[in-house]
Design a protein around this ligand. Structure first.
Ligand SMILES: [Zn+2]
Length: 407
């Protein structure tokens, strides 16, 4: 008699094999069954069985035939992406973004809402569910199926329980089981993750680090955080959260950070920190042709940098140097194949990147730096593409795929 453990193993093998086949079709389609069998090392009969199930569920489709190596025509397969939609949520500190994407990561709808001043997770959850229900009702098309919800938050998430452990803008009396509550309410599998870590995964699936095993993404926006991809997977660690390089101290006499310490990288290079610094300089009497007390946001500052404005250039050089110091430590520690910078500040790429390069050259191991390109993120829809990456991950590793096949 088989015990539960063996049954679980058989299910796991089924899930893994289906995932291997789906992943090959997704990444290399159009592809024939024979090629899938060769590349996956699965027996042709297994491939036929798995593709039959995937076809029956509409997850893949057959397309025009291609010549096989033996001269016979072989039917090719690609994944079906338009007929499946996913719901994406980014629960930010001040705003919430709701979106719908199809499986080609094509954005179909997006709505940004200001968050109310919620005092508790319960209140926030009620607000989120009410607006999400309305958003789905208004925008979901009949000819496509909703398959999952992806949600990202700027806080710590426990991967084992799916609970939010910490958010910077809402004090939680206990871990918040938001993802499971959404799954129950909307009857959809729900995946949750840290926003910057998920963004690094999205960059690996769809952006600048597609060709890398290991990479590091630094996101500079309201806060500063990083995501590390190791061997094609986002590195989360046993304790779930890795990459808080925005809280490495760069100025021992600096400003108080949200985390309680002083002079963290975030207090010097976040958009708000840069804008505040510029405001202070203007109030001190520094003159700029392009920036004023009324117009000194990050876009205006980057624009001024690109017009060679001295004050703006000096400020972004200072910012680049501080980023470079923290990146130098990270490069020495992880030796990534590529470093990606994401955020509005990359509009001043020329000045920013030369300051970062200069600092990396001075502070990081020369052999590591020499082989590590520094690039700008290639992603669009940065607010929600991370949530989509979580869904994509669950399709490729079989968790969501198996669920869809068993429905
Ligand atoms: Zn800090």
């Amino acid at each position: 008699m088989r015990d539960n453990h063996q049954i679980a193993n058989i299910d796991f093998v089924k899930q893994t094999n289906s995932a291997v086949v789906y992943k090959l079709i997704d990444q290399q389609g159009p592809i024939s069954r024979i090629q899938i069998s060769e590349l996956s090392q699965l027996a042709p009969a297994s491939v036929t069985k798995i593709t039959r199930n995937l076809l029956a569920r509409g997850l893949i489709k057959e397309v025009a035939q291609q010549e096989s190596t033996g001269g016979r025509k072989a039917t090719s397969i690609i994944v079906e992406s338009k007929a499946f939609h996913s719901i994406l949520v980014h629960l930010g500190t001040k705003q919430m973004t709701l979106a719908i994407m199809n499986l080609s990561s094509e954005l179909l709808k997006k709505e940004i809402l200001d968050l109310p001043d919620c005092q508790s997770a319960v209140e926030m959850e009620q607000f989120l569910i009410a607006h999400l229900a309305r958003f789905i009702e208004k925008n979901q098309r009949k000819n496509a199926a909703l398959i999952a919800i992806g949600i990202t938050v700027p806080g710590f998430v426990d991967v084992k329980t799916n609970c939010i452990q910490y958010l910077p803008h809402l004090s939680l009396s206990e871990p918040w089981d938001l993802a499971n509550h959404l799954a129950e309410y909307f009857q959809l599998m729900t995946f949750i993750g840290h926003d910057v870590r998920s963004l690094a995964l999205a960059e690996h699936y769809f952006g600048a680090t597609k060709d890398c095993y290991d990479s590091l993404l630094l996101r500079i926006h309201r806060g500063v955080g990083a995501g590390i991809v190791i061997n094609h997977e986002i590195f989360l660690g046993y304790k779930n959260n890795v990459g808080e390089i925005g809280h490495i101290q760069v100025d021992p006499l600096g400003k108080r950070c949200l985390c309680g310490n002083v002079g963290c990288l975030e207090t010097v290079v976040s958009n708000e920190a840069i804008e505040e610094k510029m405001l202070g300089l203007l109030e001190e009497g520094y003159k700029s042709k392009w920036i004023s007390l009324e117009s000194h946001d990050i876009e205006a500052i980057c624009n001024a940098v690109n017009k060679h404005d001295i004050v703006a250039v000096n400020l972004i050089e200072h910012v680049g140097t501080q980023i470079g110091r923290v990146l130098a430590m990270s490069v020495n520690m992880f030796n990534p194949e590529k470093i990606v910078i994401s955020g509005e500040i990359t509009q001043a790429q020329n000045v920013l990147f030369s300051a970062i390069h200069r600092t990396l050259d001075n502070l990081a191991l020369p052999a590591f730096v020499k082989n590590t390109p520094l690039v700008v993120s290639e992603l669009q829809n940065e607010d929600v593409i991370g949530a989509f990456a979580l869904i994509k991950q669950a399709l490729l590793d079989g968790r969501l795929l198996q669920h869809l096949l068993s429905e």
